[in-house]
Write a protein that binds this ligand. Structure first.
Ligand SMILES: Cc1cc2nc3c(=O)[nH]c(=O)nc-3n(C[C@H](O)[C@H](O)[C@H](O)COP(=O)(O)OP(=O)(O)OC[C@H]3O[C@@H](n4cnc5c(N)ncnc54)[C@H](O)[C@@H]3O)c2cc1C
Length: 391
């Protein structure tokens, strides 16, 4: 076992770190101003311009297979790169990628949806959650009824990331009521549905700086060839979509946590009270120490989840641990950093309150804290995993 990055990993980390420092961090003040004045975080075209610059530095399709023009760097690199780009709140994501489940598309679907998504010509979203079905996905109500060569979709989805902007949605609907009623998992299918087939979206305001969408399907007719994967195979695809994003939240927590903690370290050395910098007070030192310990722990949990996937093993248990721990420490770190900044931390002069609002979401989506605990304990209680197994 060797617990250090390889030369290649260090080089990638260094390159992306420079990109973040040179291209993203200088935009932070503009992003804050735009958001506070009710404009989009980045002006139109800016994300694409940044993605192009990242491409020139070799970052395009980090996880996309080489046959689709991607860098295919693997999950470990994905974790390292995500930790770096999460050191800023500038809403950047790399170009050249598509949702993991879109690779289940057949050849025709790949031409129509996968490749244009990778090329940035089409935007997608994934919709499982409904007003009555969040953690309890068995409770979904949306139906798809076969009519000739088409399926007719009716129902509502909610909290769909990217749903306001998407050109098409990968949506989960019940296609066999009896099977679904009996099992809660079977009898659902994933459909690729273009916006111009008739679904409508509505912006949902949240405490964060971007809003997901509510989607309404009212007799939306979808051709048979738009089924993604197998008929009645939608549940597996849904779990795979949710599972992919899960452990990455651990990487985001590490990046944001490091940047925030550095802000607190710097500020505590400058801010004087009662004749001394606050960094000389044990109450402040302990908050710094506790945050550093938690960030280090989150880093190793996340890297282990990524590594496990890279060696082809099932990482779901580790993904839940990394997600649960990472999202919680991010909330604790941002809270301590705000506290160390005193009244200034609470103002909109500094980005801490923005991070405070954003990190709160991480404990909710891609499976809440409670769902992660349920998965972790179930795996142990049922003997699916053993303590100390993943080393
Ligand atoms: C900004 C945002 C973006 C999102 N993006 C997407 C997306 O792109 N696609 C998508 O399909 N969904 C998306 N979601 C939905 C998200 O996955 C759900 O909100 C989440 O799974 C929780 O479901 P819920 O909100 O219905 O809460 P509920 O399931 O109603 O839970 C309410 C509370 O009860 C707890 N709870 C529930 N069951 C149990 C139990 N058995 N034991 C103990 N506690 C329990 C929960 O942990 C939670 O604290 C998004 C949500 C948000 C807020």
């Amino acid at each position: 076992m060797h617990l250090r990055l390889t030369e290649e990993q260090k080089m990638v980390q260094e390159t992306i770190r420079k990109f973040v420092e040179k291209e993203l961090i200088p935009l932070e003040n503009d992003v804050l101003r735009n958001e506070r004045e009710g404009r989009p975080s980045l002006p139109p075209g800016k994300l694409e311009e940044l993605q192009q610059k990242a491409k020139e530095a070799g970052f395009w399709g980090i996880n996309t297979p080489a046959e689709y023009g991607g860098a295919d760097l693997g999950q470990m690199m994905m974790a390292l790169v995500t930790m770096e780009i999460s050191k800023t709140f500038v809403p950047f994501k790399f170009g050249g990628s598509a949702d993991n489940i879109l690779y289940y598309a057949n050849e025709e679907q790949k031409k129509k949806y996968l490749i244009p998504t990778i090329n940035g010509e089409k935007k997608s979203c994934f919709a499982m959650t409904e007003p009555s079905a969040g953690s309890d996905t068995r409770n979904i109500k949306m139906t798809a009824v076969k009519d000739g060569n088409e399926w007719v979709l009716n129902g509502e989805k909610t909290f769909i990331t990217g749903g306001n902007e998407a050109d098409f949605v990968m949506v989960i609907a019940i296609t066999d009521k009896e099977k679904h009623k009996a099992t809660g998992r079977e009898g659902v299918t994933c459909f690729i549905v273009d916006r111009d087939m008739g679904w409508k979206s509505e912006y949902i305001h949240t405490m964060g700086e971007w809003g997901p969408a509510g989607l309404v399907f009212d007799n939306v007719r979808v051709p048979e060839e738009n089924i993604l994967g197998e008929v009645h195979g939608g549940y597996k695809l849904g779990l795979e979509w949710i599972g992919f994003a899960r452990w990455i939240i651990g990487a985001r927590a590490v990046g944001a946590g490091e940047r925030l903690l550095q802000m607190a370290i710097d500020y505590s050395k400058e801010r004087e009270t009662f004749g001394k910098p606050i960094s000389e007070r044990q109450a402040i030192q302990w908050q710094i120490a506790d945050s550093a310990v938690e960030i280090e722990a989150a880093r190793w949990l996340t890297l282990n989840a990524a590594f496990t996937l890279d060696i082809g093993e099932d990482n779901r248990h580790l993904a839940s641990i990394a997600k649960l721990y990472g999202s919680n420490i991010a909330n604790r770190v941002v809270d301590r950093v705000l506290q160390i900044h005193g009244g200034m931390g609470y103002t909109r002069e500094l980005p801490i309150e923005r991070w405070y609002r954003e990190t709160r979401l991480w404990r909710i989506y891609d499976g809440t804290d409670e769902m992660q605990r349920l998965i972790i304990s179930r795996n142990l209680l049922k003997g699916h995993v053993k303590l100390g197994q993943f080393i």
